[in-house]
Design a protein around this ligand. Structure first.
Ligand SMILES: C[S@@+](CC[C@H](N)C(=O)[O-])C[C@H]1O[C@@H](n2cnc3c(N)ncnc32)[C@H](O)[C@@H]1O
Length: 353
C-alpha cells in the first residue's frame, strides 16, 4: 500500500478524496498480476460464469490487462489513459472483485485443474439460451460449446467452415482427423454424422485426459441428441478405446487416447500417429486450460504435421494471443467464421492455401 505522502502526490490521479478501494484494487491487483500462478487464479475467478461482472470484464479486458501489466508510475499511467479517453481511477473500478468462495488454492506448479470424474457432480447438463443442452465441467467452471450448443457449433466451426464434406468427396484414401479434447464427443460425432452419406474412409483419433465427460454425455441422449444412433459405438470406444464400424458407404476407425495431451505429444508414440488432414482443436479456454494453448505444444503439433498433407486447425478462440501463438508455432492463421455469440473464430493451417 502507498504511504500518505505518495498518495498526496497522486491526488491528481485518485481525486482529492481518494477511495482506498480504487487504490487497493489497482496496487494489489498489479502486484498479484505479476505472479503467473496468481494471474491464472484471478482470471479463473473473473471469467467464472457465476461472476456477476464477467461480461463487463470481457468488455474491458484488454485495457484492464494492460493496466495490470503496466510498470509505469501511477501518474504516467493515468496520463496515458487520459489520452485514450479514460482515467486510472475509472479503469481501477473495472478490475473485478474476487469471490473467495471459488478462489480455490492449487498446488504450486499445477497449471490447470484436471476434470476429475471421481468428484461428485463434476459434470452437469446446462440449458443454453438457444434451448440446446450442453455439458458443464465443474473443475474448469466452463461449459462445452456454450454459444449455440454442441451440435450446431460443431457443425458450423469444424464441418461447414472447413468444407469437410467437399474435401471428403474429393479425397482418395484414408482421411485422418485428430480430435483434441474429445470431451462429450460433440465435435467427433457431428463430423461423423455430417459425412455419413459419403463413400469415405475416416480415421478419427481422439485425445482427452479423461473419458468421464463422454460417459456422462452418453447417459443423456435425450438432452444431447447428437449422440443418438451412436450409442453402441460410443460405449465400445469407452470400453476398449477403439471401435471400427460402417455406416452405408462410410467407414470409420476411431481410437481414443486417454492421457495428458501435452505430455503425450512429447512421447515417442506421437511419431507413430497417422498425420492429420483436419484437427478439431477444442480444449477449454486459454484462461482455464493454459497448458493446452502454449507455444511449445502448438509448435510440437505443427512439427508433427506432414508438410505434403494440407491440414486445417479450426478453433473457437479469436484471441490475439492465441493467434500469435499459432503463428509463432509455425501455422498460417486466418479469421474463422462467426458462431453464436462470437463474431469470429480462428482457422490455422500448415499451408497458405
Ligand atoms: C471444451 S471440452 C471439449 C468438448 C468436446 N470437443 C465436445 O465436442 O464435446 C475440453 C476437453 O479438453 C480436455 N482437456 C483439457 N486439458 C487436457 C489435457 N491436458 N490433456 C488432454 N485433454 C485435456 C478436457 O478434459 C475436456 O474434455
Amino acid at each position: 500500500m502507498r504511504d500518505a505522502a505518495a498518495l498526496a502526490a497522486d491526488a491528481d490521479v485518485w481525486g482529492p478524496y481518494a477511495s482506498y478501494d480504487d487504490v487497493a484494487r489497482f496496487e494489489y491487483g498489479r502486484r498479484m498480476w505479476r505472479l503467473a500462478e496468481m494471474r491464472e487464479r484471478l482470471l479463473t475467478n473473473w471469467l467464472d460464469e457465476r461472476h456477476p461482472h464477467r461480461e463487463r470484464f470481457l468488455e474491458h479486458r484488454a485495457l484492464v490487462e494492460e493496466v495490470l501489466n503496466s510498470e509505469e508510475s501511477v501518474a504516467a499511467l493515468d496520463a496515458k489513459l487520459r489520452q485514450r479517453g479514460t482515467t486510472l481511477r475509472c479503469l481501477s473500478r473495472e478490475i473485478p472483485v474476487v469471490f473467495g468462495q471459488w478462489f480455490e488454492t492449487r498446488e504450486p506448479g499445477r497449471a490447470a485443474p484436471i476434470a476429475d470424474a471421481a468428484k461428485p457432480n463434476e459434470y452437469s447438463l446446462v440449458r443454453l439460451r438457444s434451448g440446446a443442452h450442453s455439458v458443464h465441467a465443474r473443475s474448469y467452471a466452463e461449459t462445452m460449446h456454450p454459444g449455440i450448443g454442441p451440435a450446431a457449433e460443431a457443425e458450423a466451426l469444424y464441418v461447414r467452415q472447413t468444407g469437410l464434406i467437399e474435401r471428403l468427396r474429393a479425397h482418395h484414401g484414408e482421411f485422418v482427423i485428430w480430435d483434441i479434447g474429445l470431451g462429450a464427443g460433440a465435435n467427433a460425432l457431428t463430423a461423423l454424422r455430417q459425412t455419413e452419406a459419403l463413400d469415405a474412409s475416416l480415421r478419427l483419433i481422439s485425445f482427452d485426459s479423461t473419458d468421464a465427460p463422454l460417459r456422462f454425455a452418453s447417459g443423456h441422449p435425450a438432452e444431447l441428441p447428437y449422440l443418438r444412433g451412436y450409442e453402441q459405438e460410443v460405449a465400445r470406444l469407452i470400453e476398449t478405446r477403439h471401435v471400427r464400424f460402417r455406416r452405408g458407404a462410410q467407414r470409420v476407425d476411431w481410437t481414443l487416447n486417454i492421457a495428458d495431451f501435452p505430455a503425450l505429444l512429447q512421447s515417442p508414440a506421437a511419431a507413430t500417429w497417422p498425420r492429420p488432414h483436419l484437427i478439431l482443436f477444442d480444449p477449454f479456454s486459454p484462461a482455464r486450460n493454459p497448458a493446452m494453448w502454449t507455444r511449445p505444444l502448438l509448435a510440437q503439433l505443427y512439427r508433427l504435421l506432414d508438410p505434403a498433407r494440407p491440414c486445417l486447425l479450426p478453433t473457437y478462440s479469436r484471441s490475439t494471443q492465441v493467434r500469435v501463438t499459432l503463428l509463432l508455432a509455425g501455422f498460417w492463421v486466418g479469421t474463422g467464421r462467426a458462431t453464436g455469440r462470437k463474431e469470429e473464430t480462428t482457422v490455422a493451417a500448415n499451408r497458405p492455401e
